[in-house]
Write a protein that binds this ligand. Structure first.
Ligand code: NA7
Length: 556
């Protein structure tokens, strides 16, 4: 290793996770740089500015718990904050970290190549005119949902009216929220009924002249339970933050909901129905992450809850034919991401709203004036694509990442995604992924769980610094063991047997029809225990400067 790189550590992606990792590395004494493709920080909260965009996590647990001053200063105004408030919060956190001076904006990384002779990474930016950067350590905090995906429909780019993708919404130049677009009286189409589609539909139904919803797959949405945050409640939260944090840290996905430690079938029908009723009307993911422990693993228990939610949809939607179309048939409750809603189902009782079931009448093409289905042509002023993302590995696939011997991460992952702890990949030394495939923070309340992962990576990087280590990478053996462990855990969950972005299936992308092991579903406490055991065992599974620190133990 002859040459000295420009930086000790570069963190790519300045969302909630990357900002914190950058800060922690700087505080450790590393010479750092943050790179962000966009013109400002905030990640998904900077980009996803569609009307109705908000968090499905209770506001008070969607934050940086390491900063006690910020926790005491910031007053959330709603129980589930809207996007502008979340972004304002992230900007305030950035003030506390004094981090903007360490970030280069409008810097999209095109490729990252490991230079074996010098033991560092060379990053090239999209902007051809910029010189490559070199860094010893390359941290990628790209976000699992940051590569927007358009539908693979003929003519998708030919429409002459207004088009928007929920994940690339125009911004209010002077504020944190969306640009002030006027949809009143307009004929608006929304394609997609995932979490984003449901949120935007709820809002636009209030103003659009005609709102036409193109639904391919309905979802098991449940009530969000939002409302204003009273000062009294905010004061209570501030006085009891430790308890709120503890509740998250002992729960499977970092939310303040715990599964009931009983199987559904073991509980008398009256009691279980009363419990499900209470959870359905409870806040946030109460029903998804707080019901009986077997609902997400046992087909019968799952079918029972699915039927319970189906009955709610039938109660809420006046037209029985439309209600049936809104009830999912291809998956049970909670085995895909559960969208949370506020009067979503009631939207279908409005005169200005139509539902097009794409299973009955698929879209044939989009043209200059509107959308042609197999049944009819509909003219629109606006088409909104709420068609999601090339999720999880898609964010990483957008960068040409090459490790030892020119190995391309993308090509390796076309075959099979393998990682150690969702943090590193064998033959890609000094390359770290945060909230990527198979990481403990990805199937989790991301701000909370990613901060815990970042804290742990910081412990590893402190060790690296104090020992003067130049190369960190996992052993193949540790990687195989971790990947098998993730696959084993996933196979026990019904969601592992279901096509969705959780399992890497995306009908809009060629070749993405087979399920993959992209998530660690063992839960936040188990992931942290694993991290602790690795640290206690002399960073088991990692190699430092080419030498094996210690043989990898079995993952379980
Ligand atoms: P999702 O959850 O991936 O939803 C995308 C929606 O778009 C979903 O209803 C899709 O139907 C639909 N879609 C995608 N492609 C098409 C085409 N070609 N034709 C018709 N409909 C289509 O993305 P979101 O942005 O809503 O949410 C992503 C995550 O962000 C969410 O889970 C939260 O964690 C935050 P499909 O189900 O594929 O049949």
């Amino acid at each position: 290793m002859t040459k000295t790189p420009d930086f000790d550590a570069v963190v790519v992606g300045m969302g909630i996770t990357g900002l914190y990792q950058l800060y922690r590395l700087r505080e450790l004494g590393y010479d750092v740089l943050g790179l962000e493709a966009s013109d400002n920080l905030g990640g998904v909260w900077h980009q996803n500015r569609y009307p109705g965009c908000r968090i499905d996590s209770e506001s008070e647990i969607y934050g940086y718990f390491w900063n006690k001053e910020l926790m005491q200063e910031f007053n959330w105004t709603e129980r589930f904050a809207a996007q502008p408030e979340v972004l304002r919060y992230i900007h305030r956190a950035a003030d506390y970290m004094d981090i903007r001076k360490d970030i280069r904006f409008n810097a999209r990384v095109r490729s990252a190549t490991f230079d074996e002779a010098n033991g560092y990474w060379t990053l090239r930016l999209q902007d051809e005119g910029s010189a490559p950067l070199t860094t010893r350590f390359f941290f990628s905090a790209l976000g699992p949902l940051s590569a927007p995906q358009m539908p693979n429909v003929d003519g998708v780019h030919t429409f002459k009216g207004e088009t928007y993708h929920t994940a690339r919404w125009p911004r209010d130049p002077g504020g944190f929220g969306p640009a002030k677009l006027d949809f009143s009286g307009k004929r608006v189409a929304v394609i997609g009924t995932g979490s984003s589609g449901i949120q935007v539909i709820q809002e636009l139904a209030k103003v659009a002249g005609r709102l036409t919803i193109f639904q391919r797959s309905p979802n098991w949405a449940t009530p969000l339970g939002n409302g204003p945050m009273s000062q009294e409640r905010m004061d209570h939260i501030k006085a009891n933050y430790d308890r709120f944090i503890a509740a998250c840290d002992t729960s499977i996905a970092g939310f303040p909901h715990q599964f009931i430690e009983k199987n559904l079938q073991d509980v008398a029908k009256d009691e279980r129905d009363a419990t499900l009723e209470k959870l359905y009307h409870g806040p946030g993911f109460s029903l998804w992450l707080g019901a009986y422990q077997d609902v997400l693993t046992d087909t019968k228990a799952n079918a029972y809850v699915s039927e319970f939610v189906a009955a709610k949809i039938r109660q809420r939607v006046k037209d029985p034919k439309i209600a049936e179309k809104l009830i999912p048939r291809d998956h049970g409750f909670g085995v895909k991401r559960v969208p949370l809603e506020t009067k979503y189902f009631e939207v279908f009782n409005q005169d200005n709203v139509d539902l097009i079931d794409l299973n009955e009448t698929p879209i044939e093409r989009i043209d200059k004036t509107g959308i042609q289905t197999t049944e009819k042509h509909l003219d629109f002023d606006v088409i909104i694509f709420a068609t999601g993302f090339d999720a999880i590995k898609g964010s990483w696939n957008r960068i040409d990442i090459r490790g030892r011997g020119g190995r391309r991460l993308r090509e390796m992952w076309d075959n099979e995604v393998k990682t150690y702890m969702g943090l590193q990949v064998a033959d890609f030394p000094n390359f770290f992924m945060l909230v990527g495939p198979q990481n403990g923070a990805t199937f989790c309340n991301i701000p909370r769980c990613s901060a815990l992962v970042t804290d742990w990576v910081t412990v590893l990087m402190r060790h690296v610094r104090s020992e003067g280590i130049k190369l960190v990478e996992p052993t193949e053996e540790a990687q195989d063991s971790w990947t098998s462990y993730c696959a084993h855990l996933l196979s026990k969950m019904l969601l592992g047997q279901t096509n969705s972005w959780f399992t890497g299936v995306n009908k809009n992308i060629e070749g993405r029809n087979k399920r993959e092991t992209l998530l660690f579903v063992g839960g936040n406490p188990k992931f942290r225990q694993y991290c602790d055991s690795v640290e206690a065992d002399n960073f088991r599974g990692f190699k430092f400067d080419g030498g094996v620190a210690r043989a990898a133990g079995t993952a379980a």
